[in-house]
Design a protein around this ligand. Structure first.
Ligand code: UD1
Length: 420
């Protein structure tokens, strides 16, 4: 197993190109199940989660190629509609094939994803919505068995809670359904917006894109023809590098980024005393004179992203004063707290609220990555810690950050990947 070794307290400098968004690529790859012709997608990040979803599609009989951030997927000759446990258990987002498979073939089986480090993460809202569209759903031997032999029918879906992959699943299901589907309380994340936009370019009429109320007009199982497209930049990777610059109080320029997707993150950094110079596709962050404490509550987009919570917690250890971070989306997304404490952070947890007092001098030691974003928080903390930090179980990082250590090395960080 690989681990990362960092020598902290080196300032960063330079430019950092931002990769395509993992969380946009995943639904877009699942969406290729709706196409009658091969689909070409550019700017896809070369990370493990993408390879996992491609493997799943290949198991179903799709032909896939992935080279130099370009993917071609041909799902015309699918032979199977069962997404098996061995793949789904390694990536919860595999559930994204449920809507497209069911709406195209009228039946499918998708393994239940099982437990997750950051909370229970049920899929009840996905299933309830598909049932409303006419599917019969049973759970058999750990699998969601979904049937809609005559196809899905448009329906009025009201999500009790905002769900990102739930919204994506229902949009894709609705694209080939008979009639119109409306979604109330839809997720408004840029990744959902891109899915809608690509479907629109493929001829699907969708109203309300970017709002919490969507209306999707289905094709009654007529497959789509998709034009080639590029994945949007990864706002979470971008936010993580902004935090890397902030925690080391360095000047850094992000390129190939979409600043509009990072408004809340930039606003919090500016509140903390950093200055961000915003270009059309660049963000340059400048050091703060004093890093000020901050209050953060995670929310659905356009609120502060839960996927940036752990990184800001690492940053708050260097702020002068007491910061609070409230996690509203996931019940157990504080696994990084005990690892940050091992590095010397002063963090108190009370239910969903973490109180961080700084500035603290962190010192390097062995820490363990627990989930994707928690892992990046440990990398950030290690960048300012005195001495050497070894971060174990970095397979979590490899799921979502493309060439993290190489990118940090080009910025001057002392980081290397080693074998246990
Ligand atoms: C997506 C992102 C993830 C991000 C999260 C929240 C992808 C691949 N992953 O995850 O990085 O952290 O959004 O922004 O895009 N819920 C239910 N029932 C359901 C579905 C969700 O109760 O059927 C709850 C979840 O437990 C959670 C909340 O709704 O508390 C939001 O989850 P959701 O938006 O579905 O997260 P994901 O789509 O899995």
């Amino acid at each position: 197993m690989d681990y990362l070794q960092l020598q902290g307290q080196t300032p960063l400098h330079g430019n950092i190109p931002i990769s395509g968004a993992k969380n946009a690529s995943l639904p877009l790859i699942a969406m290729t199940l709706l196409s009658k012709t091969p689909v070409h997608i550019g700017n896809v990040p070369e990370v493990v989660d993408i390879k996992t979803l491609l493997k799943l599609l290949q198991h179903l009989g799709a032909a896939c190629s992935f080279e130099d951030h370009r993917i071609t997927i041909d799902t015309c000759c699918l032979t199977d509609t069962k997404a098996t446990y061995d793949i789904v258990k390694t990536m919860r987002a595999s559930i994204l094939v449920l809507g497209p498979l069911l709406t195209r073939f009228g039946h499918c089986e998708v393994s239940l994803p099982g437990g997750c480090a950051i909370g229970q993460r049920p899929i009840d809202l996905h299933l309830k919505a598909l049932e409303k569209m006419g599917a019969t759903i049973t759970i058999k031997s750990g699998y969601v068995v979904a049937e809609a032999p005559d196809g899905l029918v448009g329906a009025a879906i009201v999500f009790d809670k905002i769900t990102v992959t739930g919204t994506a699943n229902i949009i894709m299901a609705a694209a080939l359904a008979r009639g119109t589907t409306t979604i109330t309380n839809a997720a408004r994340e840029p990744e959902v917006v891109q899915l809608c936009n690509v479907l629109r370019q493929s001829g699907i009429v969708i109203e309300g894109v970017g709002s919490a109320y969507l209306s999707i007009h289905g094709t009654d199982r007529a497959l789509l023809e998709m034009v080639p497209f590029h994945v949007i930049p990864d706002r979470i990777e971008a936010g993580t590098y902004l935090c890397a610059a902030a925690i080391t109080n360095s000047t850094l320029t992000l390129t190939g980024v979409c600043p509009a997707h990072l408004e809340t993150v930039i606003a919090k950094l500016e509140e903390m005393g950093f200055y961000c110079d915003i270009g059309e596709r660049t963000i340059t962050i400048h050091p703060a004179e004093t890093i000020k404490p901050v209050t953060i509550t995670t929310q659905e987009y356009p609120g502060f992203p839960t996927d940036m919570q752990a990184q800001f917690m690492a940053l708050c250890t260097q702020a002068s004063g007491t910061s609070t971070i409230e996690e509203r989306l996931f019940e157990n997304r504080f696994m990084h707290v005990s690892e940050l404490q091992r590095l010397g952070a002063d963090i108190k947890l009370s239910g969903h609220i973490a109180t961080i007092t700084g500035p603290t001098k962190l010192s390097g030691t062995d820490v363990m990555a627990t989930d994707l974003r928690a892992s990046s928080a440990l990398v950030l903390a290690a960048l300012v810690a005195e001495g050497e930090t070894d971060i174990h179980r970095i397979y979590h990082l490899d799921r979502g950050y493309e060439k993290l250590e190489e990118k940090l090395q080009t910025l001057g960080a002392h980081i290397k990947r080693l074998k246990e």
